[in-house]
Design a protein around this ligand. Structure first.
Ligand code: F6P
Length: 328
């Protein structure tokens, strides 16, 4: 292993996700394993510009693999979008003797990392951390699996009350641009319909489908709606529409919100985070830079950051079909 880099910095940026702590732990311990130093940067790029760094050794990340959130805190930085801000961040890193930066975050955070690299030639490596699973170059982002389990648990609970009262529930889940969470939890939670940004079902078909369910003997229903769905109405307008157009229905809305981002990471996310941290650090030590670490066919693979940012994840069409058949 060529070891020109003697010190690596790690930060978490953008929306937090379960598994970020496990990834920080992995980066720190992989550095310790290869006897290089590691510094944690607080509050993402904000802390990078301010030099808010803390030396981390193997023992300083004990007891965090099972914790949600991020011990390094996260932020969405406006300052780092400016050339002046990035210049300041570069000086901080140089002054601290840091030779490489691992960024745990989503595509916005990776865009910042790539621009930083292009401007200063500073080695960067991305670890995809977001519950949305909307990053090209990995089948799973950190936190996606945990969020799915959190949401399914919530849907199961809502179903109990829905069936006791013969009600229809619209449940909103996260996913600004993609429907990965909605599609998976919709199937796992036994939803009648799943509304996702990738597919415009249309109001008429929604009403038709709900009427069909009622006629087939179903007394309660769950409709899962991704927050960025394309049906053209927000979830409360959807409720009003169904209230007005379907007399027999008693409709309620539940917006799950940020609880989906919290909680202890699943076993899958802990293992994924541990693997990604090792791959990120060892790739940098091998001289590879400007990549994102991802899981493809159960192997750790590198995707150029540029492709990870520009590429789009695709919805699994087979899942759409399965969901249609399951709601028969
Ligand atoms: O990107 C992850 C995500 O949780 C999205 O699903 C959601 O739209 C957004 O972050 C919410 O962000 P904020 O932290 O700004 O409320």
């Amino acid at each position: 292993m060529s070891q020109k880099i003697k010190k690596i910095a790690v930060l978490t940026s953008g929306g937090d996700s379960p598994g970020m702590n496990a990834a920080i732990r992995s980066v720190v311990r992989t550095c310790a394993y290869h006897t290089i130093e590691c510094v944690g940067v607080y509050r993402g790029y904000e802390g990078l510009m301010e030099g808010d760094f803390k030396q981390l050794d193997a023992r300083s990340v004990r007891g965090i693999i099972n914790k949600g959130g991020t011990i390094l805190k996260s932020a969405r930085s406006k300052g780092f979008r400016t050339k002046e801000g990035r210049k300041q961040a570069h000086k901080r890193l140089m002054d601290a003797g840091v030779g490489g930066l691992v960024v745990i975050g989503g595509d916005g955070s990776f865009t910042g990392a790539l621009i930083f690299n292009q401007e200063f030639g500073f080695p960067v490596m991305g670890i995809p951390g977001t519950i949305d699973n909307d990053i090209f170059g990995t089948s799973h982002t950190l936190g996606f699996d945990t969020a799915l389990n959190t949401v399914v648990d919530a849907i199961d609970k809502i179903r109990d009350t829905a069936s006791s009262h013969n009600r229809l529930f619209f449940i909103e889940v996260m996913g600004r641009d993609v429907g990965h969470i909605a599609l998976n939890v919709g199937i796992a939670g036994g939803a009648e319909e799943i509304l996702i940004p990738e597919e415009d079902l249309g109001l008429d078909r929604l009403v038709e489908s709900l009427n069909k369910s009622r006629k087939s003997g179903k007394s309660s229903s769950i409709v899962v709606v991704a927050e960025g769905d394309k049906i053209g109405k927000n979830i409360f307008e959807l409720k009003d529409y169904v209230d007005e157009n379907m007399e027999d229905y008693d409709v309620r809305v539940s917006v799950l919100g940020h609880m989906q981002r919290g909680g202890a990471p699943s076993c899958f996310d802990r293992v994924l985070a541990s693997r990604m941290g090792v791959k990120a650090v060892e790739s940098m030590l091998n001289g590879q830079t400007n990549y994102m670490v991802g899981l493809l066919d159960n192997k750790m693979e590198l995707t150029p950051l540029d492709n990870a940012i520009k590429g789009k994840t695709k919805i699994n069409l087979e899942l759409l079909r399965v969901s249609d058949i399951m709601s028969t």
